[in-house]
Design a protein around this ligand. Structure first.
Ligand SMILES: Cc1ncc(COP(=O)(O)O)c(C=O)c1O
Length: 383
């Protein structure tokens, strides 16, 4: 008789046949063109010093938070940090989460219920999709960044209605037309939820984000800012009204039923927000590398996703082909990762190239030249 593993082995074998089997590999070899550490803060000695200074003020702080926020895990430090984040991002209130995944999935699962409607961009992150799946609301999807299609879905919606978008899409690096979306949300009385995972720390004044950059603080219902990307750390905050915060404290299951982030995490986030206003040079360096990369892309024989941000993607259709390409680039010293179906739609498999303030023009030129010179890529794929 087949053991309980049989079904699992079958699913894994199916993935392997499709060239989409995911496997863990230790990262770190080669020039970093794949991490989300856009500003280099995960390796910043300045940030480390700030963290050490904050920690030194309370050497006997408990190692763990010891419980959920509603039981034993709350602290003045957590509430102080939330208030600070709200001010920094020009929101009324904030609530910390252990990760962006928990924040998005918990938020979308609880804000809408039976009779309500969630309208999501078709390319929204899995964490938001999973939240929508858990919600008992009606779910509608609109074509990526398509305002007409969004308006059509809003026409269909009933009950309390929420729209889920990202300020910067993780797989293509393209950005949402936030002012137009906010105007539609206001017109229809819907709540706009903006995931700022990939813009936090980078866009807007002091890296406060794209909602602030566009002056839309009063037109959005909620924002999710994560700390694992531009801030080089871990965790997330949901920003919105005091009412939203109170609601999440009561109804958001990943908040209610999970151990609170430890003091150690709070200190790191506190330190990163102390540093953020001082990072204009790093942000400018990143923008300058984006401009350089875009001009190199204009000479490229490959098809690239249209993006003016630190996430650039070259399309290499087919799981086997994109994997082989990433492998060859890795052998040449470039740490890049293949993004395969089903993470992206079949036919749009890609190598996602993440730029960082610490990358150099020479490194980018080297990567672009290596890509052009690869013999393994079918010439018919080239633009
Ligand atoms: C757009 C987006 N939102 C949310 C998340 C989840 O954030 P975290 O890594 O903090 O769980 C990610 C991470 O991959 C992301 O890319």
């Amino acid at each position: 008789m087949d053991g309980p593993d049989h079904k699992l082995r079958q699913a894994l074998a199916k993935r392997a046949r499709a060239g989409s089997l995911r496997q863990l590999s230790a990262s770190g070899a080669g020039i970093d063109f794949c991490s989300n550490d856009y500003l280099g803060l995960a390796r910043s000695s300045h940030l480390r010093t700030l963290i050490d200074r904050i920690r030194a003020k309370h050497p006997r702080a408990p190692l763990g938070s010891t419980g959920s926020r509603l039981i034993s895990g709350n602290s003045a430090a957590a509430e102080h940090l939330e208030a600070r984040l709200a001010v920094y991002h020009r929101a009324e209130a904030g609530l910390l989460f252990g990760s962006g995944y928990a924040a998005n999935s918990g938020l979308f699962a609880c804000i809408a219920g039976p009779g309500d409607t969630l309208i999501m961009d078709e390319l929204i992150h899995a964490s938001s999709v999973d939240g929508a799946r858990l919600s008992k609301a009606r779910k509608l999807v609109f074509r990526h960044n398509d305002l007409d299609d969004l308006a059509a879905r809003l026409d269909e919606a009933s009950g309390a209605t929420f729209i889920g978008v990202e300020s910067l899409y993780s797989m293509g690096g393209d950005t949402a037309p936030l002012p137009e979306m906010a105007a539609l949300a206001v017109e229809y009385g819907a709540g706009l939820v903006v995931d700022e995972a990939h813009s936090n720390g980078i866009t807007g004044p002091g890296g406060a984000g794209s909602v602030v950059e566009n002056g839309l603080e009063d037109c959005v219902f909620a924002r999710v800012h994560t700390f694992g990307k531009g801030l080089g750390l871990h965790g997330a905050v949901v920003l919105g009204s005091k009412t939203l915060r109170d609601y999440l404290v009561n109804f958001c299951r990943p908040f209610v039923y999970s151990t609170a982030p430890p003091r150690d995490s709070l200190d790191k986030i506190e330190a990163a927000y102390e540093l953020l206003p001082e990072l204009d040079a790093e942000r400018e360096q990143l923008f300058s590398l984006v401009r350089h990369t875009r001009s190199a892309i204009r000479e490229s024989s490959f098809q690239w996703v249209e993006s003016n941000t630190w996430v650039q993607s070259v399309i290499i259709p087919g799981n086997d082909q994109v994997l082989a390409t990433a492998g060859h680039l890795g052998e040449l010293g470039f740490d890049v990762k293949a993004i395969r179906a089903p993470s992206v739609p079949a036919g749009s498999e890609r190598i996602r190239i993440c730029l960082h303030a610490f990358n150099t023009v020479d490194e980018i030129d080297g990567l672009m030249a290596a890509l052009e010179n690869l013999q393994c890529v079918d010439m018919s794929l080239r633009a």
